[in-house]
Design a protein. Sequence first.
Length: 363
Amino acid sequence: MATMRVRSVLTCAALVGVSFTAACSQLPTSGPATSNTAGSGLSPATGSSGAANPASPSASEAITAFWPLTNKPAPDGVANRPALLVKIDNVGAALPQQGVNRADIVIEQPVEGGLTRLVAVFQSKNPGVVGPVRSARPVDAQLTRLFGSSILVFSGASNQEIGPVKADSHAILIANDWGNAPDVFHRDPNRRGDHSLMADTDVAWTWALAHGAQPAPPQAGIPFTDSNQLANPAAKVKLDFYDTTASWYYESGKYLRSQNGSPDRTTDSGRVSADTVIITQVATHADPQFHDVLGHPTPIIDFVTGGQAWVLRDGKVTPGRWSRANIDAPLQLTDANGNPIGAKTGRTWIELLPAPKVPAFSN
C-alpha cells in the first residue's frame, strides 16, 4: 500500500483589518497544521465524514505547519487567507502567461471549440500580477468548492454561463465586467485586445477579505502521499483536447509542459512546470443554453461523480480512479487495488480530460 502522509490545516479565529503584501512572511498566519496518521487514506483536510480530523502529536513530536495546497512546510505559519482562483486565458494569442508557475495548483479545463482554459489556484504565494484573465464557466462552481470558502477572479461571463457560478460556487466573485473591484484589473499595453486583461492577487485578496471572504486557510483539495504503488515508468504524456494538445515531459525532477507542440513558457518564471500531474477523465455534455459568441457549445463538465485517473510523479504513472463524495468534498484518488494514491509535495496540475479521451504515455 502507498505510504499516505496526510496533512490537516487548523484554522485560526477570524482576523479583522487584514492587509496583505507580496511577501508571505508579512502575512497573518494560522496555528500549526498537524500530521494525521500515516496510511489512513483520509483526505488532507478532512476525514471520510468531512469533519476535521487532526491527529494528536506525541509529546516529543515537533508540530510543524504545512501549506494546505502544496504540503510544503510553512515555518512561519500558514497565511490566513482562502484559496484565490484566477481564470487564465490559454489560447495561442494569450501566451506567454504570467504568474502560472507561482500557483499552488493549476486546473486545465476544456472550453468551446476544443480549446482549454486554466484555473490558477493561489494560496501559499502572493505573486501580484497574473494573467491574461478570461471568463468564467459553469464548472467553476465545482472547482471553487473543492477548496472550501474561496475567491474567484474572472473577466466576466454571459448571464447563462455565470448563473451556475453565482448560484452554486459559494465564492466571493470578482469580475472585471461587473466593476465591483476595479483596482484588481488593468490592461497590459504589450498584449493584444481580449488577451490583455491582468489581475493583481494582492489587491484581490485585500478586497475580498473586506467583502466577506473568510480569513482562514483553504481546505486541502487534493491528497498527498510519500509514494504511490502500482506505478509504471512513463516519462511523457500527451493529452488531446480536440483543438488543443498538451504534453508533459519528465526531466530533472519536474514535469515540463508543451502546448500544440511548442514549449509552454511564462513571462516571469521560465518553462511551465509541475511536480505532479493528475489527469482526470471527466464526463461532459452539451446544453443549448450554454455556448460562446460563435455558437460553439460549452462543455458542461461533471467534476464530482468520478472516473478514470492517472497520477504522474517521479517519472512514473499510476492509473486508478478519482472521486469526490460531494461538491464540497476534496478529491480522492485510488489505484487499481483500491489503495489511496496522491500527489507528491509541491505544485500540482490537474487535467480535466473530456471522456472518452485518454492520455497517451511513452518513455
